[in-house]
Ligand binder design. Structure first.
Ligand SMILES: C[S@@+](CC[C@H](N)C(=O)[O-])C[C@H]1O[C@@H](n2cnc3c(N)ncnc32)[C@H](O)[C@@H]1O
Length: 299
């Protein structure tokens, strides 16, 4: 894919709304916990010119490499750290920054990760069941599928994927793996397809969507990471600084809502989440489930 076309297809979710909520000003210092393809970072750097800075985190080496190309004109005001955003204390310390004027977390997968070959996030291609966003981490989806008990798998699909057919799928996986190790995306998608009776196949999404989502959340320990950053972010904001969190499914949104409501450092700004308008959804269907919640550090 050429530079221009990659940038053309990449649309940061809720971009205008996030910039307004972060209240990006000239000369401010901001943390982007999920650099991805650099879409939000680029806009923050543009709006905080000429002196503003961004400290960006991402744990995916490939995302960082491609994202950096997208922010090239602003490179001198950007520090990128390949770390889990939950390591905010160490990351900001390394960057020599104690407090920032705003923090953005745009969780989930980037379109790059979903579309990239060989990462195992999609059931639309046949590839190894990997799903690690950070390939330095040891645990892959194939290991979870191969080594978890039937009960553990059923719980994982039910709680992380909201998959009502979780027990049937787990039973089929355990049966199948007695004779065939389950190591490829297509193999797993096929097992899910046959495990769920036709009358329970969902009408609008692929039958394996929820199972793949659940495995991705487990492989990357996504909910625990989210919980950690929500706990620590307030410590690194200046008074009046804002934390903006964009999430993509109800499980995450509930965690964000609860953490912001219970925070001893942050006041909730968005009683209801900000959601994309119809124009954004029409232009970028992947944005449709995005929800932005915002809280502000008080003294
Ligand atoms: C939805 S994308 C961000 C897109 C970005 N806002 C943009 O406009 O290009 C999410 C990114 O966050 C990264 N990510 C997810 N969880 C992370 C974590 N715990 N620590 C660091 N990076 C994480 C992923 O690797 C991915 O690149």
């Amino acid at each position: 894919m050429s530079e221009t076309s990659r940038w053309d297809v990449h649309r940061p979710v809720l971009l205008e709304e996030t910039m307004a909520m972060l209240r990006v000003v000239s000369g401010g210092t901001y943390m982007d916990g999920t650099f991805g393809l650099g879409g939000h970072t680029r806009e923050i750097l543009k709006r905080s010119a000429p002196e503003g800075k961004v400290i960006a985190f991402d744990w995916d080496e490939e995302a960082i490499r491609l994202g950096l190309e997208n922010v090239e004109p602003y490179r001198n005001r950007l520090t990128v750290i390949q770390r889990n955003f939950k390591e905010i204390d160490q990351g900001l310390q390394e960057a020599g920054v104690a407090e920032v004027d705003g923090i953005l977390i745009d969780i989930g997968l980037s379109s790059l990760q979903l579309d990239a070959e060989g990462r195992g996030f999609s059931f639309r291609r046949n590839e190894p069941l990997d799903m690690r966003m950070d390939r330095r981490r040891p645990l892959t989806a194939a290991q979870i599928v191969g080594e978890s008990s039937e009960r553990e798998l059923a719980d994982l699909f039910y709680y992380y994927g909201d998959e009502k057919q979780s027990r049937r799928i787990a039973a089929r996986i355990v049966e199948e793996r007695k004779t065939n190790p389950i190591e490829q995306t297509e193999q797993l998608a096929q097992i899910v397809y046959t495990a769920i009776p036709k009358k329970f196949h969902p009408p609008r999404i692929h039958v394996a969507t929820k199972v793949f989502q659940a495995l991705r959340i487990a492989v990357n320990d996504e909910l625990a990471n989210l919980g950690e950053i929500l706990k620590k972010a307030g410590d690194h904001l200046v008074t009046g600084g804002r934390l903006c969190v964009i999430s993509f499914h109800s499980l995450e949104d509930r965690i964000v809502k609860r953490a912001l409501n219970n925070s001893t450092r942050l006041n909730v700004i968005t009683k209801k989440p900000v959601v994309p308008g119809s124009v954004e959804v029409a232009e970028n269907p992947r944005a449709r489930s995005g929800r932005l919640r915002v809280a502000e550090r008080f003294a």
